[in-house]
Design a protein around this ligand. Sequence first.
Ligand code: CO8
Length: 259
Amino acid sequence: MQYDLLTVAIADHIATVTINRPDALNALSPQLLTELSIAVAELEGHDEVGIVVLTGAGKAFVAGADIAEMQGMDSVDAAAFAEYGGNVGRAIEESGKAYIAAVNGFALGGGCELALACDFIYASAKAKLGQPEVKLGVIPGFGGTQRLARRVGVAKAKELIFTGDIIAADEALRIGLVDKVVEPEALMETVSTTAKKILANGPLAVAAAKRTIHEGLSMTLEQGNRLEQLAFANLFSTDDQSEGMAAFLEKREPAFRGS
Ligand code: CO8
């Protein structure tokens, strides 16, 4: 698939999706959301891809949903737009592959929400993050009220969303909104190092861990623990479990096949 507003590069089992609309600070237009949705679906079925990295071209990761496109929307249009965006977030969250957000610059509104849908977030020291929607007379519509509150806690999410404050990467790290901050030129290399560590592990185990953590978040602790026990036990019917444990005992590196 050829994209107009994205580039997708695959190397060493890592797919790097670069949102490439720098003139509008990578604002999420309906076309961009459509392309992102197609890319996520295509990469899901791509056997060569084990991990997906999302980043942005230029000085922004994504500076939000496209305000020019949203200006003329009525409630019906807005509901469809938000639902479409929500589907992209859900597809990332339910993916069997890990997603890392490499936040290179502004991650605002829908951009911060897109990063929040990823499994974790690494940021450039130049990044700025926030949910400034109330300044436009609306609220986050791409999962921000939910995922931000789950990530940084209810009061901090309320403070950020009610004020619309845009915070620097260091502050985002301090409150747990991002997971690592590095110098801008080191961002992609740092992401790649972590991606390679993950890729060296059993892919079915990583996928099961992702699914179990995600599904468990909407359960009681008791239900979540039961879900984990089931997922743990299921992995004992895989070749990867036999290989991983045999490799440890034979003092060699495992050769996981994802089966
Ligand atoms: N939408 C459309 N265009 C944008 C956006 C945006 N979100 N952000 C920046 N641009 C455009 C600017 O209009 C400008 O275009 P032009 O050159 O044609 O005038 C160009 O990008 C460069 O921007 P600036 O000149 O403003 O660059 P600065 O460096 O001066 O400022 C800022 C950078 C601070 C990031 C500033 O651009 C800004 O405040 N942008 C808007 C941030 C914002 O409010 N984001 C939230 C949008 S609402 C939202 O995301 C709701 C999501 C919920 C629904 C999602 C469903 C999928």
